[in-house]
Design a protein around this ligand. Structure first.
Ligand code: Z5A
Length: 217
């Protein structure tokens, strides 16, 4: 059995947000801020990040299994996550590499928990099983009204299985994310993602600067 170490040398930063929140638009910016600060950064994403994880992502996002049971969806998210942690995230952190991840377990609490209605306890059990005590060091939550996010996302191509959900689902997801941020204000920093990109990046800049200063780096 692999023992997951709680203390690692690199830092683990995750970026979360609802539909069309602008994660993709801001991840390269966050990576560049870290690199300018002298960090070696591994950028990755969930679900996915490994060959097996990307295969699971196709099952989850594609339209082949539209009637997938909620428990199956949750277990597939955590199966991809277990592979991602063991094969990619933990080895990088142990080498002192900073890991920047597009979504992580907060997404399971927001989408499968708040969105689908699965119990927090069920998800927390899987979190403990798959991650041990490992949690992100810092999470940026890009928050914006559902309507704005859907309008932005609507400008893109064919919706995936999640993007095909109704507005009510995304409202629950947003509320779920904001609850996590309220519970863990030290780890989860909320960014107002509704203004122009320049203003969003200025907020991100402040958060990252404070975080690096708090580490004395
Ligand atoms: N999921 C889950 O259910 N449980 C889990 O545990 C995990 C994930 C890990 C895949 O995620 C799905 O998996 C996701 C949740 C679920 N489903 N959904 N929805 P994903 O992250 O790959 O997919 P996504 O959420 O759809 O992300 P995305 O497609 O990459 O969108 P985004 O990164 O947030 O947005 P964007 O592409 O950067 O921006 C959208 C558009 O808005 C684009 O045209 C931009 O140019 C524009 N934009 C961005 N920022 C601005 C500003 N500030 N002003 C104006 N326009 C802007």
């Amino acid at each position: 059995m692999t023992v997951i170490k709680a203390k690692t040398k690199g830092r683990f930063i995750t970026v979360e947000g609802g539909e069309g929140a602008g994660k993709s638009s801001n991840l390269a910016y966050i990576q560049s801020l870290l690199e300018v600060a002298g960090k070696q950064v591994l950028f990755t994403r969930e679900p996915g990040g490994t060959p097996l994880g990307e295969a699971i992502r196709e099952l989850l996002l594609g339209h082949k299994h539209t009637g997938m049971a909620d428990d199956t969806e949750l277990l597939l998210m955590f199966a991809a996550r277990a592979e991602h942690l063991q094969q990619k995230i933990l080895p990088a952190l142990e080498q002192g590499i900073w890991v920047l991840c597009d979504r992580f377990t907060d997404a399971s609490f927001a989408y499968q928990g708040a969105g689908r209605g699965l119990s927090r306890e069920k998800i927390a059990n899987l979190e403990r099983f798959v991650q041990g005590s490992l949690r992100p060091d810092l999470t940026l939550l890009l928050d914006l009204p559902v309507e704005t996010g859907l309008q932005r996302a609507g400008q893109r191509s064919e919706p995936d299985r999640f993007e095909s959900e109704q507005r009510d689902f995304f409202e629950k997801v947003r509320a779920g994310y904001l609850q996590i941020a309220a519970r863990e204000p030290d780890r989860v920093k909320v960014v107002d993602a509704s203004p122009a990109l320049e203003s969003v990046q200025s907020q991100i800049d402040t958060i990252m600067r404070h975080y690096l200063e708090s580490l004395g780096e």
